[in-house]
Design a protein around this ligand. Sequence first.
Ligand code: PLP
Length: 354
Amino acid sequence: MTLTLHVDGERWRAHLRGTAELYEGIIPVIKGNGYGFGNRTLARRADWLEVDTVAVGTYAELTDVLPRFGGDIHVLTPWRPFWSDTVRPERMYDPRVVHTVSRIEDLATLRDEAPEGTRIVIEGETAMARHGIDRHALTAAADALGRLRLIGFSIHLPLAENNLAEADRWAAAFEASKLAPAVPGTPLFTVSHLSDREVRALAERRPGLAVRPRVGTALWLGDRGAFRVTGLVIDSHVVERGERIGYRQRPLPAGGTVLIVSGGTSHGIGLEAPTAATTFKQRATSVAKGGLGAAGLALSPFVVGGKQRWFVEPPHMQASMILLPSGVAVPEVGEEVELEVRMTTTTFDAVDLP
Ligand SMILES: *Cc1c(COP(=O)(O)O)cnc(C)c1O
């Protein structure tokens, strides 16, 4: 049952250090499945990187990060009155937590509920249109701060080319508004999805702001060669063309060996997040990839003998059945086979991180 993430620890740590140097003022993002490594591991790594601030996705994630990281923790999901239904107030209003506020009406409620001096950033609505207040509401936000302590402004940008222009427009609007003067000290301006060059350009243009990039993927997953994923071969059977096997008892389109390999739906294997690419083209590609695709099999992420192999049927909960055509060298039971996974959707049984 072992789907393992093997990390070349030295190489990974060198990449983390390099990235932290490249993005001055980096705020590592720790969320979800911890980009495959787990949020607890990332929290300890951020502490080791000696950054003063990290960001988490949700209030629930504070549970794993607060005890393992000593600095400030930004919560990226904006504060809402209903989060306190599921998060204990001691955790939610830990003095190290910085809240994101993205609606004027939430300022009034938070003001009443949070301890005096609770730190917040206001988020502006970008082209993303996910969260954030409108440009015209900056004055209203400044007037509604009350006893909350504003420390800066935050924007979340799409994965686009012209992000610097939008970031600079928001930085200008923030500086010109009543919000920036309400900040004691240098206001923070935190951004996502700018390149290291764009971050430097923005910081040069806005010397009155502490520009801080929030980085997840490029930090934790930026050096793909620093890790690999394996599943264990837990069984193998010789099969003939036409033989009916598996839960679905469908006849096999080819003979060879069926491998039972650890890694199934509970790990996220074979479950694809919807992609932005046109599905028609992808389907055409998968059919073009070979005869077994046309025969109704799906390509698995498992690589044996240098090639991605076909699923015999959809993955099971914890294991997958893979077809190796005759002539391919069959790995032994107990051997590891490599697979390509999407790190943000995979749950590993073990992380081997020396
Ligand atoms: C996830 C997230 C990030 C980090 O995104 P990456 O693409 O992993 O670098 C930054 N800001 C916000 C608001 C996010 O939700």
